[in-house]
Design a protein. Structure first.
Length: 332
């Protein structure tokens, strides 16, 4: 079977490698996004899929847009039996969908029709789901509305974050996409229409999604911390500064007299914040916006300084204790 692979981020790389190594499947070309500025330094770099494709000796095509005439001509010229598309990053025009004999097969990180959209992993965790899954489907003109092929259910760990779950799903999904292609080609499976009545959605993340609403329970806030890692994260305003937080739900009810969500609980030990329904969150670190240093609950060593979080019981506010260590001459 001759295929074209479309993908861009790290999530798609295990599937590309598995397809390239599979007997009976020939990856004729890889389509990925153009090289773009990335990271803090905004240096122009290749996508993870491009790097993996070049390392495997595969031909790479990088159209500025998949809607271009050059992209259509390229696909016609290759004349693949199927196109596999995983997190490519552009909507495929309807005129291209009928070109391959077996259509365009997509790996989606949810059990469709649940969590259609751009961020299914993030929203499943943020919403407190304990199970999720993977779906292979044939794409159509809609957003994740095409008929499904195979599905595999997975558990979400109680402390699992979006990057951790994505890495695990990408490896498992590689086997599912290969199995789907081979069985589709042999006629062993047929596309099944989705039940749109049961559809839920996972829209693209916005910065505002990371703002902590302290009226939510501590568990709900923790789920959003896990789901929205690394971006937009979970943040709040403190004395005019935006601070990114990480913490865990504390067992037991909030301290007596602390009735307002967002209020700091007086303590001589840990830093706790009152959340909704009488719950509390124990902070583990605070990171001020635009600073790289994370200030941890029990201290962080940074440039000869130990920085610790603490609480001023009288004012119910977070304070920082900074202990300066003498500089030692490592040569002695």
């Amino acid at each position: 079977m001759r295929i074209v692979f479309c993908g861009t981020p790290e999530f798609a790389v295990p599937s590309l490698r598995r397809l390239a190594a599979e007997p009976g499947i020939s990856v004729e070309a890889v389509i990925t996004q153009p090289d773009r500025p990335r990271g803090r330094g905004q240096n122009v770099s290749s996508s993870p899929v491009k790097e993996a494709a070049l390392a495997a000796g595969l031909h790479v095509f990088q159209p500025e847009t998949i809607k271009s005439e050059s992209a259509q001509e390229f696909l016609k010229r290759v004349a693949a039996d199927a196109v596999v598309i995983i997190a490519y990053g552009q909507i495929i025009p309807a005129r291209l969908l009928s070109l391959p004999r077996l259509g365009w097969t997509n790996l989606h990180a949810s059990l469709l029709p649940r969590y259609r959209g751009a961020a299914p992993i993030h929203w499943a965790i943020a919403n407190g789901e304990t199970t999720t899954g993977l779906t292979t489907m044939q794409i159509d003109a809609g957003m994740d509305t095409g008929p499904t092929l195979l599905q595999q259910e997975l558990e979400i760990g109680p402390d699992e974050t979006s990057p951790e779950l994505a890495a695990r799903m990408s490896e498992i999904g590689a086997g599912l996409i290969v199995d789907s292609l081979l069985r589709l080609d042999r006629g062993e499976i047929s596309p099944r229409p989705q039940d749109s009545v049961k559809a839920t959605y996972a829209p693209i993340l916005k910065k505002e999604d990371g703002r902590i609403a302290w009226t939510r329970t501590a568990s709900q806030i923790y789920n959003r911390m896990r789901g929205f890692a690394p971006w937009p994260g979970a943040y709040t305003a403190f004395r005019g500064q935006t601070c990114h937080l990480w913490g865990r739900p504390e067992t037991g009810a909030a301290a007596e007299g602390c009735v307002a969500p967002g209020e700091i609980i007086p303590s001589t030990k840990d830093v706790h914040i009152v959340c909704g329904e009488g719950t509390s969150l124990r902070l583990e670190f605070v990171q001020q916006a635009n600073l790289r240093t994370r200030i941890r609950q029990r201290g962080a060593l940074c440039s000869q300084r130990t920085i610790c979080l603490g609480v001023c019981p009288a004012e119910r506010s977070i304070v920082l204790f900074i202990f300066v260590s003498p500089v030692r001459d490592e040569r002695t």
